[in-house]
Design a protein around this ligand. Sequence first.
Ligand SMILES: Nc1nc2c(c(=O)[nH]1)N[C@H]1C(S)=C(S)[C@@H](COP(=O)(O)O)O[C@H]1N2
Ligand SMILES: [Mo]
Length: 322
Amino acid sequence: MLLKNAPEFRSSEVTPREKFLNRRNLIFGGLAAAGLLYEARKKLPPIGTPGIAFAANKLPSRPGSFPAVNETVTPKQKAITYNNFYEFGTDKRDPADHAGSLHTRPWTVTLEGLCNNPKTVGIDDLLRYRPLEDRTYRFRCVEAWSMVIPWVGYSLAELIKFAQPKAQAKYVEFISFFDPKQESDAPGMIQWPYREGLRMDEAMHPLTLLTFGSYGETLENQQGAPVRIIVPWKYGFKSAKSVTRIRFVAEEPATTWDTLSPSEYGFYSNVNPQRDEPRWSQAHERRIDTSLLPHTVPTLPFNGYAEQVAGLYKGMDLIKNY
Ligand SMILES: Nc1nc2c(c(=O)[nH]1)N[C@H]1C(S)=C(S)[C@@H](COP(=O)(O)O)O[C@H]1N2
Ligand SMILES: [Mo]
C-alpha cells in the first residue's frame, strides 16, 4: 500500500524543491526506473529536510509563518504526561503509561469522500510532502487548563489542496485510528473511532496544522502520533489524534464529544470566555508551565487568535453556535 501509492502522491502538485522520488520505489521499480533514478537524484532535497533525519526522531523544520506566542512554553515533560487520549484511558496519566502499545509504523492516512483525488498515503510520504514549520501555539482544553506547545507540521490546507475537494464538500471529517487490541483501556461509553470535524474554511485556514511533532521531535504516542490535527483557536478536543482517515463531506459530521454531550461540546467549540461550559466558567484557565504555584490566566476569545480567525464567523451568533 505504502509503496504503491507513494509515486502518485509525490507526482501531484509538489513544488520543485520538494519534488523528489522515493529511492525505495526506484530500486523496486527495476530497470525502467534507472533513468528516472538519475533524474531523481538531481532533484533530491538537501540533507536536513524532513524524512532524512527522521530515524533519530528529530524533525528538521524552519521557523513558522505565524508570530510565536510570547509566553512561557510548557516543559515537554509536563506536556507528555498530562494528556487526554481516551483510547488509552480517562486519567491524565493513562496515555503516557499506556500509549506505548500503539503501532505508528506502518501507518497510512486515507483521503476520501467528496474529492477528486482520493488516496491512501503512507505516513513518511506525508511527512515529506511539504517543508515542516515550527509553530508555537497556545493550546486550551475545554477543562480550563492550557499549555503553550511548539508543534511541528505544515498547514492542513496543503493536504486538502492535494485531495482536490469537490464543490459539494463543505466539511472535513477526521477519523482517528482505533484498534481495541492496542487501545484496550478505551471506555465503552464512547462510540469508537474518535471523530472530529471542521467546516471547510476552518480546515483550510493556514493556522490549522497537520502536526507530526512537538519540541523539534516526532510526536510521542500519547500526543497522537504519528499525525494529528491542531486547531489552536478551538478547545482541545477538536484536535483529533492519530488520524487515519480524512473525509470530505457535504453535511456537518457527527463528532465524538458533541454526540456524547451536545449541551457541553458543540460542533464549533471556539474558545470563548463568554460561553461557559454548563458545569464551569470558561473565563479563566490554569496555565501549565514552569510556575510552581497554580498559574491562572484570563481566557482570550478564540484563544488569542481572534485577529486571524474571527472573520470566519462574521454574522454568526457564537453563543448559540458554541
Ligand atoms: N483520538 C483522540 N483525539 C483526541 C482526544 C482523544 O481522546 N482521542 N482527546 C482530545 C482532547 S479532549 C484534548 S484536550 C487533546 C489533548 O491533546 P494533548 O494530550 O496533546 O494535550 O486531544 C484531543 N484529541
Ligand atoms: Mo480536552
